[in-house]
Design a protein around this ligand. Sequence first.
Ligand code: C2E
Ligand code: C2E
Ligand code: C2E
Length: 89
Amino acid sequence: PSPLLPTPKLVIDLERLGQLPKDKAGPLARYAQTIQSQRGDYNGKVLSIRQEDLRSLAVIYDRSPAELTEEFIAWGVLDAEARRAVESF
Ligand code: C2E
Ligand code: C2E
Ligand code: C2E
């Protein structure tokens, strides 16, 4: 990881998430809802999550964090910048 660039944030696109079929997106949607409720943050179109949360989600989805990031990018819920966030894992 470059010391010159800040680690990009993991920003979930909540509108896109809401359009995805439940069998794919269900666990991520429930996770995001839990964070929203803990923060009292219900009005956003996006939700910034912790790096650590991607590790937890990777366990839930039975993938590596890097694989899961690629999947979320393919679904359109994370943008391509998120790749740099998992490089630091
Ligand atoms: P906590 O981890 O004890 O954090 C307490 C408060 O510190 C948070 O209240 C927030 O105001 C601030 N805080 C902690 N870490 C960060 C951070 O990385 N960025 C920012 N901007 N603020 C931070 P808040 O937001 O009301 O959250 C309450 C509790 O809800 C948190 O207590 C934590 O247990 C949980 N929570 C909220 N968001 C997340 C999340 O994204 N991931 C996880 N794992 N837990 C979360
Ligand atoms: P940013 O982190 O690049 O976020 C840009 C905008 O995306 C935010 O504008 C907000 O509309 C949306 N956004 C990003 N993450 C979340 C989220 O988890 N929940 C919701 N509801 N919206 C989100 P906003 O609020 O005007 O903030 C502008 C900038 O101010 C942010 O840019 C960030 O640099 C800073 N900022 C705002 N809140 C916090 C915070 O809790 N912690 C830190 N460190 N910076 C914050
Ligand atoms: P952010 O608020 O700009 O914080 C960037 C990074 O600074 C966080 O990355 C974390 O490493 C560190 N940081 C900021 N505040 C705290 C804190 O109170 N305690 C600790 N131990 N570290 C802190 P991280 O964890 O990957 O979080 C990424 C983004 O997710 C945060 O950007 C914020 O937008 C959001 N976030 C994470 N946790 C919370 C939370 O508990 N509440 C809220 N409202 N937002 C959170």
